[in-house]
Every structure is written in C-alpha cells, then in structure tokens.
Design a protein around this ligand. Structure first.
Ligand code: PGA
Length: 251
C-alpha cells in the first residue's frame, strides 16, 4: 500500500507574516488527528526557515518550489540544494509547468535539477503534464513519456525510493477545470507502466504519483480514490487552511 501524499504549492504568494499565519492555521487544524497522508508545504523561499521552526514537533514537512543544479558559484538569483537543506527543506518541486512555460525549463534542466536533488538527499516532486493543445491532438501520452524519459535520464534505480511524480495537466492548473477521475487514472496508470519499463514493476508499484490541477475540497476524495492516484499537488486551494486541510483529510 502506497501512503498518500498531499503537497501545497503556494507559488509566488504570501509574505513572511501571511505565510506564518497560514502555517499556524494549518498546524492548528491538523492537530486534533494526525493525518493519514504525508503533508508537505512548499512556501516561497523567504518563508522556509520560519516555517521549519513552526512545524517543529508536527507531522508536516517542508519543500521548496525549485532549486538550481549547482551547489554554489556565480549564479545570481539561484538557490542550491545545500541552502535549502540548511533551512530544513526535505522536498523540492522540479519542472513545474509554470517553470517550463515562463522560465525556459526544459527536459535537460529538469533532469539536471533532479540529479542534483537526489545527490543532496532532497526528495524531488517531478511535475509532468500536457497542454490543452496536446490533449486535443491526442498527444498526452507522448508528451508525458518524453517529459519522463528526459527527466529520469541517468537517474539510478537506487534513488527511486525518494522520488515523487506529479501529473498536472496544464489545462487544469488554476483554471477550475479538473481532469475527471477517469482521465487522471488513465494517465497515472500509463505513467506507472512507463516507470515500470524504465525501472521495474516493484519500483513503479511503490512510486507515489500525485494529481495536480484545480483540486479542491469537494473533488479531492473522488480523484484520490482512483487506484493509481496517490494524493495531490495543490496550488490555489493550499492557500486556504480550511480547504487545504479538508483535502488532506480526503485521503
Ligand atoms: P492549482 O495548481 O491547484 O491552483 O490548479 C496546482 C499546481 O500548479 O501545482
């Protein structure tokens, strides 16, 4: 049985004060019963250290939204794995579609970031997903396959027990249009089968595959109940403590 995982991607939202308020609300709301799912909060970089202090003693984990693939040097504006680890980060989102769309992220850079995260013992959440155009052309599986084979180039089998994949159809992100549970299941199943081919059946069976794209409290349970959906990567709804905790409790 794979344990469910719910990660909140706060994107470029909250300042230090509002991040602190939000995490306090989430900690408070989840205090009464330990969640069945692993819960990861991915705030902006500036809030990581404070959040790490605030989640101390809880079952929550902290993740970053990106990382650079070198550890130090002349890379103005970038942030490295060692920096993230020094403020208590355990997870890192890699290859989010907004990074691919707006910041020139490619399969090659996703792969380099993934290898770097693994080398530094950060748990990667690798995002893949097709655009509406791809889906309408019937190219969903080809796109996802290309993204995954690119991302996992040279990633060794031994590293796979720390990896999480997130399937996020671009047309469903922030649009209020969620993939149907059947659409999500179909792609998740094909991702698991692809990873089984790249690695092994055992590795694929143990791999958490999250769904992301307009997950809300009222649709989480049906999406999460699909056999190959192991939780969610939550954007907009992770900025409201009550809504986010309801999604966590839908697991
Ligand atoms: P959304 O974002 O939940 O706001 O659609 C998901 C994501 O981008 O990870």
């Amino acid at each position: 049985m794979r344990k469910k995982l719910v990660a909140g991607n706060w994107k470029m939202n909250t300042d230090l004060a509002s991040a602190e308020t939000l995490v306090r609300e989430i900690v408070g709301a989840l205090k009464s019963a330990t969640p069945k799912a692993t819960v990861v909060l991915c705030p902006p970089f500036i809030a990581l250290e404070r959040m790490h202090q605030l989640i101390h003693g809880t079952a929550l984990h902290i993740g970053a939204q990106n990382l650079h693939f070198e550890n130090d040097g002349a890379f103005t504006g970038e942030i490295s794995a060692t920096m993230l680890k020094s403020v208590g980060c355990e997870y890192v989102i890699i290859g989010h579609s907004e990074r691919r769309q707006f910041f020139g992220e490619t399969e090659y850079t996703v792969n380099r970031r993934l290898l770097h995260a693994i080398k530094n013992n950060l748990r990667p959440i690798v995002c893949v997903g097709e655009t509406l155009e791809h889906r309408e052309e019937g190219a969903t599986f080809n796109v996802v396959r290309r993204q995954l084979t690119g991302a996992f180039y040279n990633v060794e089998e031994a590293a796979m027990n720390s990896v999480v994949i997130a399937y996020e159809p671009v047309w469903a992100i922030g649009t209020g249009k969620t993939a149907t549970p059947e659409q999500a299941q179909e792609v998740h199943e094909s991702i698991r089968s692809l990873m089984s081919g790249l690695y092994s059946r055992d590795i694929a069976d143990a791999l958490p595959i999250l769904y992301g794209g307009s997950v809300k409290a009222d649709n989480a349970a049906t999406i999460f109940s699909q056999p190959d959906v192991d939780g969610g990567l939550i954007g907009g709804a992770s900025l409201k403590a009550k809504e986010f905790c309801a999604i966590v409790n839908a697991c």
